[in-house]
Design a protein around this ligand. Structure first.
Ligand code: HEM
Ligand SMILES: *[C@@H]1O[C@H](CO)[C@@H](O)[C@H](O)[C@H]1NC(C)=O
Ligand SMILES: *[C@@H]1O[C@H](CO)[C@@H](O)[C@H](O)[C@H]1NC(C)=O
Ligand SMILES: *[C@@H]1O[C@H](CO)[C@@H](O)[C@H](O)[C@H]1NC(C)=O
Length: 545
């Protein structure tokens, strides 16, 4: 998979600028927009960088990948989801995929670097709209699909736990009855448990340095400092090989948790033989069958969430997301000219029509009526990147219109996208300094500086309040886990600085000491006194979005 360099650099053009947004009451739409970017755009330094190629190991505290350890990021992400989810309960409706694993890494059942590796990498993508639990789910979806497996549906809306959950993750020593009971409580019957474990054990392996009771010291060798014995011959491919090896007793014969000479820790053998090899033999019937079964159980794994959590529809470019606005900015100047700029993203999924050379973007006014005002978005010639769904194309455009007409949405190729101009940050009147270091998913973003930001907001109102309040959502360290949380303790008061057309303009300048990593994860909500946020999830120090 090639990174979409051009897409990313296009976004960087707007780095000192700000974004318009979908109707702010639908905060899940903002989360979807963020996850779409991580999932579909495959940007340099993006979410896929740690798992490309699938053999890669990226310690997020190190400056570069290290492939001499016998470790593998894609496998770590899948194991992280397993350890996080399996202590959840369908009976109590608590736990599941909630990032509680971060508070639980001191437990013997969670031995290994995998969990903090994953959470630290994901924390570069964490913000007020994107929970760590959604990022753990995205880790499963991306590593499975990127490495030859099925496309597990990606829904958003998971909520992070604020403390450790119950223990009980099965270990190689755990009895078969305790193991099955743990999975049953998480909603997986005995056959499902075999399937999920066999699917999970398609990538990666068992490491001598943390499981010496399973793997002999002889496993340590050149480019295998941690002494990994893989589950199968295709350690970086999500495929049926480990299952076939076990059933036909070939190759790695199902891996170290089957073949280890220490009977106490033959957990995969105990599990697979529990139903006389029935489920595992069925899984080996064909590659397609294996993949479809894995898709189902992996989806159920990442969708075990507390009863109180409402997940979105899947992000699926074959349906609604193959044509969508991205990185949209709304502006107004002192003369009353408004502009909506950004681009349309077209994902050319398998079997879809070739991307059109141009798209016509038509303005829907504030009153909801389609106008005669339109702009042409021309496919960016340098867009050649391909993500897991296919090539992603971008169509930059700018729609210009008077403030009296205003913005209600746009229509493109028969689809309508709603926006609001009730309250928005005005890019041309807002700025920040200094420019933070280039976004990268390494520790280089830890440098702290004092960042000064001017936030200027246009508010469509006939009765302007004396001031508006901006609340900063800043990722901050959280005791007991490497996962950050959001602090909302910084606020700023915007004062009236003028009017233009139907808008009153409010502005503030404020400073804050932040690491570059925090800067990239920070967003701001702006509201009139006593009202719900009119601007939600504005990124004052916008990275590509
Ligand atoms: C019966 C339950 C299970 C037990 C006892 C078990 C045990 C283990 C052990 C001991 C390791 C070695 C970890 C290391 O050395 O780094 C491992 C690796 C792994 N497990 Fe499991 N596992 C179970 C089920 C699952 C499930 C349900 C999944 C996911 C769906 C899963 C995914 C993985 C992955 C991807 C690895 C490779 C990690 C890496 O290479 O870093 N496991 N498992
Ligand atoms: C076998 O595994 C058990 C359980 O972890 C451990 O106590 C024992 O020392 C292991 N035996 C050998 C020979 O490694
Ligand atoms: C299950 O499969 C394993 C590995 O192929 C084999 O050694 C074992 O005898 C089988 N057990 C049963 C009960 O079929
Ligand atoms: C922010 O910048 C704009 C545009 O330069 C300016 O008009 C405004 O007064 C500034 N805000 C404050 C609070 O100084």
């Amino acid at each position: 998979m090639l990174p979409l360099y051009s897409f990313f650099s296009f976004c960087l053009v707007a780095v000192n600028s700000v974004q318009a947004q979908y109707i702010p009451t639908d905060t899940q739409a903002l989360t979807i927009k963020e996850i779409e970017h991580y999932y579909l755009d495959a940007a340099t330094n993006g979410f896929f960088s740690a798992i490309t190629p699938c053999t890669n190991y990226q310690d997020p505290t190190a400056p570069a990948p290290d492939n001499t350890l016998g470790m593998q990021t894609a496998a770590e992400w899948i194991r992280t989801a397993f350890h996080d989810f399996v202590t959840g309960s369908i009976f109590t409706g608590l736990g599941g995929l909630d990032a509680s694993i971060g508070f639980e890494t001191g437990r013997r059942e969670n031995v290994g670097a995998a969990f903090n590796d994953a959470l630290l990498f994901f924390s570069f993508f964490y913000n007020a709209q994107v929970s760590m639990a959604d990022l753990i789910a995205l880790g499963v979806v991306t590593s499975v699909a990127n490495c030859g497996g099925p496309k597990v549906p990606m829904k958003v809306g998971r909520v992070d736990a604020t403390a450790a959950g119950p223990s009980g993750v099965p270990e190689p020593e755990t009895s078969i009855s305790d193991t099955l009971n743990e999975f049953n409580t998480a909603g997986f019957n005995d056959g499902d448990t075999v399937t999920l474990t066999a699917c999970g054990h398609s990538m990666g392996g068992v490491h001598r340095n943390i499981f010496p009771q399973v793997v002999p010291a002889s496993a340590i060798g050149p480019n295998n400092a941690d002494g990994r014995v893989p589950f199968d011959e295709t350690v970086a491919v999500f495929d049926v090989t480990t299952v076939n090896d076990y059933v036909h007793w070939t190759g790695a014969k199902g891996g170290p948790l089957v073949t280890t000479t220490n009977k106490t820790v033959q957990s995969d053998l105990r599990l697979y033989t529990y139903d006389n090899n029935q489920t595992i033999t069925q899984l080996s019937q064909s590659s397609a069958y294996f993949q479809s079964q894995c898709q189902g159980v992996m989806q159920r794994m990442i969708e075990l969430v507390p009863y109180s959590v409402r997940l979105s529809a899947p992000i699926d470019p074959t349906t609604t997301t193959n044509l969508k606005p991205a990185a949209i900015y709304l502006s107004v100047d002192w003369k009353g000219n408004m502009a909506l700029s950004g681009f349309m993203r077209y994902v050319q999924v398998a079997g879809a029509a070739a991307p059109p050379g141009t798209l016509k973007i038509t303005l829907i006014g504030r009153n909801g009526q389609t106008t005669a005002i339109s702009a042409t978005g021309t496919m960016s010639a340098s867009d050649t990147g391909t993500g897991i769904w296919g090539p992603t194309r971008s169509y930059p455009f700018t729609l210009s219109f008077p403030a009296t007409t205003g913005l209600g949405g746009i229509s493109v190729s028969g689809q309508t996208f709603s926006f609001q101009d009730t309250m928005f940050v005005v890019p041309g009147m807002s700025n920040f300094s200094p420019t933070p270091p280039t976004f990268s998913t390494t520790s280089s973003l830890n440098t702290v500086s004092t960042y000064t930001v001017n936030i200027t907001v246009a508010y469509l109102t006939t009765a302007p309040p004396a001031s508006l309040t901006a609340t900063f959502n800043i990722p901050v360290p959280q005791a007991g886990t490497v996962s950050p949380t959001i602090s909302t303790s910084t606020t700023a008061t915007l004062q009236k600085i003028g009017t233009v057309g139907p808008f009153t303009i409010f502005s503030v300048i404020t400073s804050k000491s932040l690491s570059a990593k925090q800067v990239y994860g920070t967003s701001v909500d702006v509201a009139a006194p006593g009202q719900a946020a009119g601007v939600k999830f504005f990124k004052p120090f916008n990275k590509a979005a």
